[in-house]
Design a protein around this ligand. Structure first.
Ligand SMILES: [Zn+2]
Length: 414
């Protein structure tokens, strides 16, 4: 396949990309816009922007499309969400989980996502969701690379056999160890749970992704424990702290001290802008805190941070589409990432930074020799993408077209 008339990020002009055996063989500058041809081996980008696929580094695919079952979350709090999920979890079946998860992954594909990390609740003695998701991971591998996090929703030490279930999940094939220290019964349990997560990751050679400090409590400081353990063990690049909502509330003197450790640890962060701006601040009078972690400050300190959807229609978040550009739009507003250069750089939050978090950079990026994974957007520049949130016209993986979309045309009648 040859892609012609493509624009690339951070490179001026038009480009032609030759794909052989599913890889970029040659990426070369093109003198001028070349005319259309009907050759099926040629993909004419018509001057549109070609990017590496979007990355969704944090979603709960076992929970998608369950909003309203058995009832809707009326308070909008994380805690009502957890209570509702506890009820819905009792009715999970293998097919139920698979059907909903695949539906969501196909929808994500329509938005240009090809790399997904999903948390899966393993505080369930039957591990129904995990067993189903392990099958899903295999069944969807032609169109998406799916990583699974063994996520102890109800705690490791605060749930009966929590630690054994977590370890069993790793033996069954989960890619990452999860945790939820701020939800454990006590601070001490929380600290101990982080140490157990890290030890399991080392024992089974897995990645770590912890739901960390997702609470409107500036005293919730498990992030420092996660970072200190990651630093001590020298595994920072394999460790991700998700949400880190409380970091929004830390006083600046403490945050300053903390950032030194975060830089030393070299770990990754995932923020979930729509989810947390919806869930957080629910106990606040006015003014209400926003509850999204310090994305801009992490970027400024060259600490790897990416953003994610977290939920599509589940007990925590009643809507959601799986479109990373919707998250990006929300993020740059809430976190005030709207200086011109900052905006352009913010595309990293849904592309390269997510790939780094998922540790898939060896197969990610528009570079000669790498697998030909890319998307084509209905935009001519990164600024267009930020401003217009355009549709993804085409998604290609290993040189094979996975999805094509016809943009909506507006016909003015006046
Ligand atoms: Zn989550």
């Amino acid at each position: 396949m040859i892609v012609k008339n493509a624009r690339l990020r951070n490179r001026a002009g038009l480009w032609q990309l030759r794909i052989v055996n599913g890889r970029f063989e040659q990426i070369a500058e093109q003198a001028a816009l070349q005319p259309n041809t009907n050759d099926p081996a040629i993909l004419d980008a018509e001057g549109k922007l070609l990017l590496p696929p979007f990355v969704e580094p944090h979603i709960h695919l076992d929970c998608v499309y369950t909003a309203g079952e058995p009832s809707w979350n009326q308070s909008g709090t994380l805690f009502e969400g957890i209570a509702l999920w506890e009820k819905r979890k009792k009715t999970l079946t293998h097919e139920d989980v698979k059907t909903r998860a695949i539906k969501a992954l196909r929808q994500q594909l329509s938005y240009g996502v090809q790399f997904v990390r999903s948390h899966v609740d393993v505080t369930d003695p039957t591990l129904t969701a995990l067993r189903a998701m392990l099958e899903v991971r295999k069944e969807v591998r032609d169109f998406v690379e799916l990583q699974l996090v063994a996520f102890p929703q109800d705690g490791i030490l605060s749930f009966e056999n929590g630690e054994q279930l977590l370890e069993e999940s790793l033996k069954l094939g989960a890619d990452c160890v999860g945790g939820i220290p701020h939800y454990e019964f006590t601070r001490e349990y929380g600290v101990e749970s982080v140490k157990k997560v890290m030890a399991l990751a080392c024992k089974y050679d897995k990645l770590v992704d912890i739901h960390c400090d997702e609470i409107d409590d500036g005293q919730s400081r498990f992030l420092e424990t996660v970072a200190a353990e990651a630093f001590r063990l020298g595994i920072g690049e394999r460790v991700t702290a998700s949400h880190t909502v409380a970091m929004h509330y830390y006083n600046n003197a403490y945050a300053y001290k903390l950032f030194r450790l975060l830089k030393l640890a070299g770990m990754n962060f995932v923020a979930c802008p729509t989810e947390n701006v919806h869930l957080q601040g629910r106990f606040d009078p006015f003014p209400k805190r926003r509850g999204v972690t310090r994305v801009k400050e992490l970027m400024e300190n060259d600490i790897n941070v990416c953003i994610a959807q977290d939920s599509i229609m589940d007990p925590w978040y009643p809507i959601g589409t799986g479109n990373p550009l919707r998250e990006l739009d929300m993020c740059i507003h809430i976190c005030q990432i709207m200086g011109y250069d900052e905006m352009l750089r913010s595309l990293d939050l849904v592309t390269d930074n997510g790939a780094k978090t998922m540790r898939v950079t060896d197969r990610y990026g528009i570079e000669e020799g790498k697998p030909a994974n890319f998307i084509l957007l209905d935009a001519e520049s990164p600024f267009d993408v930020i401003k217009n949130l355009p549709p993804v016209l085409c998604s290609v993986r290993n040189g094979k077209v996975l999805m094509k979309k016809t943009p909506v045309k507006t016909e003015y009648c006046v």
